[in-house]
Write a protein that binds this ligand. Structure first.
Ligand code: NAD
Length: 356
């Protein structure tokens, strides 16, 4: 197959981790006879510096013309003082909206080799951690109106949280379809005791659940869910939730599995073209030091092969190579443990590519 991949290296550790994912993709192309063509796209801080805009239209067009998009991470302290619309993260929000990527899948799975890196007690970890957060990505409070006004001599800020039925319906369907391929359990996480948007989520999901009688459906308030994730994460299979709750809970979930550096994600809309990125940010504290864990990005590339290109065997080969590297004791600094072999970002990429 010939596939064009728009590559957004971004800021901070972005270029380092994306380079390792490309190393692995090149090895896959060589082994399985595919051709991957990479089209570099500027987004985030680097685009602000070069073009004065976190996502110039020409860059979005490149992503829309590609078969899929691979992203490292964007943002950093250098651009933090800029006004909202000019910030690096705005580029990411515009990319998601411009590509119509409404569903964000974030798997939280414990690799047995990293069990001791989990902050949870062994008695909890032993029960297993393997769930998926299905997060709505292009609506809700991050996309509602944001404004700050002067009232009675002080500043007053508002952020509007808005959901339309069709936005809940399409993400709800993805959650139920995904659950059908897993352990057939969906938990809707919301704040229906306070928010109208949450009550609408529940009403729409009740309609959908009638079509999936095999799926066990439950609901949980977000404050309780954040507690249950720590108390007994084995109870979850598919969590479906809105944009902001999903953002927060999936970061919490990532820590349960040991390190945020291991978790990939996919963002998809109606077609097969998607955007794939690790769930962590640009980690400015370790940028440029060849210390970052590239596995979240490498596994994101594997998700791209599986979900956008239908290359199931190739994706499985990458996961197996990661597993072998971990079995052989290689660890980047974020997951280092006694008796293991320290690996830099590029050494980890080399090790995984060599095990393919
Ligand atoms: P972060 O995820 O970048 O870092 C949090 C902590 O995790 C840091 O200690 C960092 O060193 C560590 N970490 C993250 N990824 C790692 C990896 N691959 N290997 C080893 N350690 C890793 O979150 P933050 O510090 O809150 O944000 C930093 C910047 O990233 C901000 O500008 C933020 O807006 C941006 N951000 C971007 C994205 C994205 O591009 N999708 C997502 C989240 C945050």
């Amino acid at each position: 197959m010939n596939k064009t991949i728009a590559v957004i290296r971004g800021d901070g550790i972005g270029p380092e981790i994306v380079n390792e994912a490309i190393k692995v993709l090149d090895k896959i192309a060589e082994k399985y006879g595919h051709t991957f063509t990479y089209d570099d796209v500027d987004m985030g801080g680097i685009a602000i510096d070069k073009w004065g805009d976190p996502l110039p239209q020409a860059m979005l067009d490149k992503c829309l013309a590609a078969d899929s998009v691979l992203l490292g991470a964007v943002g950093g302290p250098k651009w933090e003082g800029l006004p909202g619309p000019q910030r690096p993260e705005k580029g990411l929000l515009r990319l998601r909206a411009g590509m119509g990527l409404y569903s964000n899948l974030r798997p939280a799975k414990l690799w047995p080799q990293l069990a001791q890196a989990s902050p949870l007690k062994p008695s909890i970890v032993e029960k297993g951690i393997d769930f998926l957060v299905v997060r709505e990505l292009i609506s809700g409070i991050y996309f509602g109106e944001h404004k700050t006004v002067e009232e009675n001599g002080e500043k007053v800020a508002t952020d509007v949280m808005l959901y339309a039925e069709h936005e809940i319906e399409r993400i709800g369907r993805i959650a139920f379809e995904t659950a059908m391929k897993r352990r057939k359990k969906v938990t809707c996480v919301d704040k229906a005791n306070v928010l109208d948007t949450s009550r609408l989520w529940r009403a729409v999901l009740h309609r959908i659940k009638e079509e999936y009688p095999e799926v066990e459906y439950g609901e949980m308030f977000v404050d309780n869910a954040s507690m249950q994730l720590v108390k007994d994460p084995s109870q979850f299979d598919v969590i479906v939730t809105g944009n902001m709750f999903g953002d927060i809970l999936s970061d919490e979930a990532s820590m349960l599995t040991g390190t945020i550096g291991m978790i990939p994600s996919s963002s998809l809309g109606d077609g097969t073209r998607g955007m794939y990125e690790p769930i962590h940010g640009s980690a400015p504290d370790i940028a440029g030091q060849n210390k970052a864990n590239p596995i979240g990005t490498i596994l994101s590339a594997a998700m791209m092969l599986k979900y956008s290109f239908g290359m199931d065997a190739e994706a499985a080969a990458i996961e197996a190579a990661v597993n072998k590297a971990l079995n052989d004791g290689l660890r980047t600094a974020d997951m280092m443990a006694e008796g293991c072999i320290p690996a830099s970002c590029s050494e980890m990429g080399d090790a995984i590519a060599a095990r393919l």
